[in-house]
Design a protein around this ligand. Structure first.
Ligand SMILES: C[S@@+](CC[C@H](N)C(=O)[O-])C[C@H]1O[C@@H](n2cnc3c(N)ncnc32)[C@H](O)[C@@H]1O
Length: 209
């Protein structure tokens, strides 16, 4: 049943860039890369950037650049920019090339480094922050992300339903803790959506002091 629903929804989603189909296939076939955000999750991200008319977006966890290119295509329409951080140098070499091929290198800047260190030094204000890195990092950076958001900014986090989906404890537990934290946070309004492996969207209703 759920497969049929997903097939139906996916049939409406067109890639805004040709390279996205190639990257999706690479993620499925290669064993050395972590999964990309799903097509439905990517479409949700794309629409959120458009609805929000976002101008400044930050992504944590680029991998091959699949979600970055989706976000970049939306930012091409809003006139915005994306900074995306990837810790693994091998992926940076590839994603820079993929972003160039998508003709988004004037919109997307790739930073090679640890997102935690980057966030501590960063003072940019963002309209939207995408979190899709290693799972324990979510809880370590969430407060700093809230701090860096513009008023009414959005945090878009992927893979947040790992616990009910039966993933290993080391992956599932931090995701459960993350959901609990953002759900009860007094400065956030949060919704958890069963899109892909779970997407948690938090809207800042008040900025941190
Ligand atoms: C799930 S993949 C990202 C997929 C990508 N967002 C997409 O949908 O196309 C997670 C990525 O986060 C990177 N990563 C893990 N820890 C990180 C850190 N501390 N700082 C930056 N990137 C990190 C990993 O190397 C990996 O490439």
């Amino acid at each position: 049943m759920i497969d049929k629903i997903n097939e139906y929804i996916d049939s409406f989603i067109e890639y805004p860039s040709e390279i996205l189909g190639i990257l999706e296939k690479a993620h499925q076939e290669r064993i050395n890369v972590q999964p990309n955000i799903t097509k439905q999750g990517a479409r949700l991200l794309y629409c959120l950037i458009l609805f929000k008319k976002a101008k400044s977006v930050l992504e944590i966890g680029t991998c091959l650049g699949y979600s970055a290119i989706w976000a970049g295509e939306a930012l091409r329409k809003t006139g915005g920019r994306l900074t995306t951080i990837e810790i693994d140098e091998r992926f940076v070499k590839e994603n820079v090339e993929n972003i160039k091929q998508a003709k988004l290198d004037h919109i997307i800047e790739v930073v090679n480094g640890d997102a935690k260190d980057y966030l501590e030094k960063d003072s940019t204000r963002y309209d939207l922050i995408i979190i899709d890195s290693n799972k324990p990092l979510y809880n370590k950076i969430i407060d700093r992300c809230i701090d860096l958001l513009n008023p009414k900014g959005i945090i878009f986090s992927d893979d947040t339903l790992f616990l009910p989906m039966g993933y290993k404890e080391r992956l599932a537990k931090p995701m459960d803790e993350y959901n609990k934290y953002v759900m009860q946070h007094p400065k956030l309004e949060t919704v958890i959506l069963p899109v892909g492996d779970g997407i948690t969207i938090s809207f800042v209703t008040q900025t941190m002091q």
